[in-house]
Design a protein around this ligand. Structure first.
Ligand code: IVH
Length: 698
């Protein structure tokens, strides 16, 4: 059908549209539920295109429930970014019965529950897939997103809608706003079938079901996702206007009633013994399940307790993942390479005779550091045991001594950097011990460090420049065309000479896209900016904490300059007092600022940027948001940990010592020197009850 100007639909057009829509809907359904599809791929495509053409001609036929909207055309570029209303967290890990017992003990301590009090734990398998957030408003799916970095994911609504396990409309009484979270996964049989088809078509096979699920979900063309068989288990939630139950297990039940699949292997346990029995049961059934799992997740069942327990950095205190033991294999060690990282750390990497471990072919593994090599006496030529657990880098567990060939020699770890030749040294720590890591002292004159810093700078949680990943950085760096972050931003200006569009793998459009992506990042959030600098010990969480404390870059830089100018002064102490910062981070930050070349580096970079945006503090209307508070003395209604966590969740900063910057001191019985200092400084002092009244809005 030819495209022509829109015109009102006559009866024939309406009837044809209805018919096509019905046929395509039925075909979609059959594709998942029946073993035999209703029509061939070619017929499906033809009818789908006819439907699209009809709608182009008669726009009034294009209603939101048309199948073209459900699995529609691909957006031209990438996916739109979605900021999560509530961050999507990760879980802490437990590996043993002791870890599980410690988890329960921590919870009892935090909630101040005695041994006799019942503590129900909702346990369920940990699905090895990808998490997704599904936002329902008035029972209708309005947005589906990937986890992304936990704060910001990608809008993959159309793709998620192609899953049979994801209802477009929920059944029954559903709160006005309800974000369902769960895991998208591919079953083992679907994975096998997909790989067979991939190989038959001359395309590469996926390494495991998880990668296959990820690859299928991140297709720009959702008709491809629709043809891959993906499943979804619901297990959690994000922003909600109301909850259907007071317990984890109760909410799972409600999710089931609304139309979701919830894991049938879910059980409430009341003791370490019950938890361990469940864990072993799941482990025994693991191989027979039709999908991959990598452990069992435990969550405190009572939701009021989940609330009180809250979060530490990126994981909830009320939940933990109990991982299955790593899979092991043995192979021959062919060589040991020394890699130089972003901070100069020399890391030994084992080059192995390729071997399959847990369904993945492994040819490299980490040997950690020189002490580890010496302790295990790992030699080139040895047969080694290696293990791989989940996403972690495979590691060498040990050597099989009987298989050592004659003539091997102990490995000598280099004392100079293999890349730049500078001395590589082991620092002495504050406690007098030698640091396990040997570091290249070359700083930015070391090409490896400079390049790794650049890769870090553009990485996903830093500047995240579309089209400029590690591979491209390596090429630009090798050619001497990008050697510092600032030079990324001058690439376009220099393109008259560089002529990127004439290079292999580029082309006019992709070069334009690259420049647009770079330009877009001239405005960057403060926490990303700080993380991108790649300062040692300043990871994502620390970067966020710094951003949340100082709000703007100038404020933070002023504080750091003041600390550098007067190392014994109050500015340094204020930095150390920030909860989650501490002396190690502060020393690194000060050393960074004290180096003249780092200041030049910062100035050059800032000159290229449009804005480093002030930290976007979560909009909290609590009475204590942004205030610095200190707890002292004995608290009666809550434990110290709980008080601190609660204050932080309300947007307050909790500090360990009283200074001019303190806004409120909460003093329980037995308060001593801190109360005295607060009185001297005129800091507002509250009793525990007054504090509770303030935060509860009484
Ligand atoms: S609960 C606040 N339950 O594991 C609770 N996560 O390491 C957050 N996962 O990102 C998650 N099965 O992708 C939960 N039954 C389950 C899970 C599960 C798999 C994944 C999820 C999460 C990761 C955390």
């Amino acid at each position: 059908m030819k495209a022509s100007a829109p015109e009102p639909a006559d009866d024939a057009a309406r009837s044809r549209h209805r018919k096509l829509a019905a046929r395509i809907n039925a075909a979609n359904k059959a594709y998942y539920t029946a073993s035999k599809p209703l029509m061939s791929d070619a017929a499906y495509d033809a009818e789908f295109q006819e439907l699209q053409a009809l709608e182009a001609q008669h726009p009034e036929l294009l209603t939101p429930d048309s199948p073209t909207q459900r699995i529609g055309a691909a957006p031209a570029t990438g996916f739109a970014k979605v900021r999560h209303a509530k961050p999507m967290l990760s879980l802490g890990n437990a590996f043993s019965e002791e870890d599980v017992a410690e988890f329960l003990k921590r919870i009892r301590r935090f909630l101040s529950l005695d041994e006799a009090a019942e503590l129900a734990i909702c346990a369920e398998p940990k699905i090895d897939g990808l998490s997704a957030n599904l936002r329902y408003e008035n029972g209708h799916l309005v947005q589906g997103a990937t986890r992304g970095d936990g704060q910001e994911g990608e809008d993959i609504t159309r793709n998620l809608l192609t899953l049979d396990d994801i209802p477009e409309v929920l059944s029954g009484e559903v709160p006005e706003v309800f974000e369902v979270r769960g895991e998208v996964y591919m079953s083992k049989p679907a994975f096998q079938a997909l790989n067979e088809a991939q190989m038959a078509a001359g395309k590469p096979a996926y390494a495991n079901p998880r990668n296959a699920a990820s690859g299928s979900l991140r297709q720009l063309d959702s008709t491809i996702t629709a043809r891959r068989k993906l499943n979804f288990f619901a297990y959690s939630w994000g922003e909600v206007s109301a909850l259907p139950a007071a317990t984890q297990s109760g909410v799972l039940e409600a999710l089931g009633a609304w139309g979701f699949s919830v894991n049938p292997l879910t059980r409430n346990c009341l003791s370490v013994a019950e938890i361990m029995a469940f864990y072993r049961e799941v482990e025994t059934r693991r191989g027979a399940l039709d999908h991959d799992i990598d452990g069992v997740v435990y969550k405190v069942d009572r939701l009021d307790w989940q609330d009180r327990l809250g979060f530490v950095s990126r994981s909830p205190r009320f939940a933990i993942a109990h991982k299955f033991p790593a899979e092991q294999a043995s192979t021959i060690l062919r060589g040991i390479d020394i890699q130089v990282g972003r901070t100069g750390a020399l890391t030994p990497v084992a080059r192995l005779e390729p071997v399959t471990v847990g369904g993945v072919v492994v040819s490299n593994a980490t040997l950690h550091n020189e002490d580890e090599i010496a302790r295990k006496d790992v030699r080139i030529g040895d047969t080694v045991t290696l293990q791989r657990a989940g996403d972690v880098i495979p590691q060498i567990v040990g050597v099989i001594p009987d298989k050592r060939p004659a003539g091997t020699e102990p490995f000598t770890f280099p004392t100079t950097c293999p890349v730049c030749g500078s001395h590589a040294v082991r620092d002495t720590r504050a406690n007098g011990e030698l640091d396990v890591v040997r570091r290249c002292s070359g700083g930015l004159i070391c090409a490896a460090q400079a390049m790794e810093r650049l890769k870090h700078f553009v990485s996903r949680n830093a500047f995240d420049i579309e089209g400029l990943g590690a591979r491209q950085i390596e090429a630009f760096f090798a050619a001497g065309e990008i050697t510092t972050p600032a030079e990324i931003f001058t690439l376009q200006k220099r393109n008259d000479d560089l002529k990127l569009e004439e290079r292999e793998g580029f082309g006019k459009t992709s070069v334009e896209k690259l420049f647009a992506a770079i330009d877009e990042r001239r405005t960057i959030a403060l926490d990303r900016f700080l993380f991108a600098l790649g300062i040692r010990h300043v990871g994502q969480t620390t970067a966020r904490t710094l951003a949340a404390s100082y709000l703007t870059l100038p404020a933070l830089l002023d504080a750091l300059k003041a600390a550098v100018d007067e190392p014994e002064g109050e500015a340094r102490q204020d930095l150390i007092n920030i909860d989650g910062i501490g002396p190690t981070v502060v020393t690194e930050l000060m050393e960074f600022m004290a180096e003249a070349h780092n200041r030049t580096f910062l100035d050059d970079l800032l000159a290229e940027l449009r804005a480093v945006e002030p930290f976007d503090a979560p909009a909290l209307d609590s009475a204590v948001a942004g205030k610095t508070v200190v707890f002292t003395g004995t608290l009666e209604t809550m434990t110290r940990d709980e008080a601190k966590a609660r204050a932080e969740s309300l947007g307050a900063r909790v500090s360990g010592s009283v200074s001019k910057k303190t806004d409120i001191l909460i003093a329980g019985p037995g308060a001593g020197s801190k109360a005295k200092k607060a009185a001297e400084l005129g800091v507002r002092t509250l009793t525990e009850q007054e504090w509770l009244d303030l935060v509860n809005g009484a």
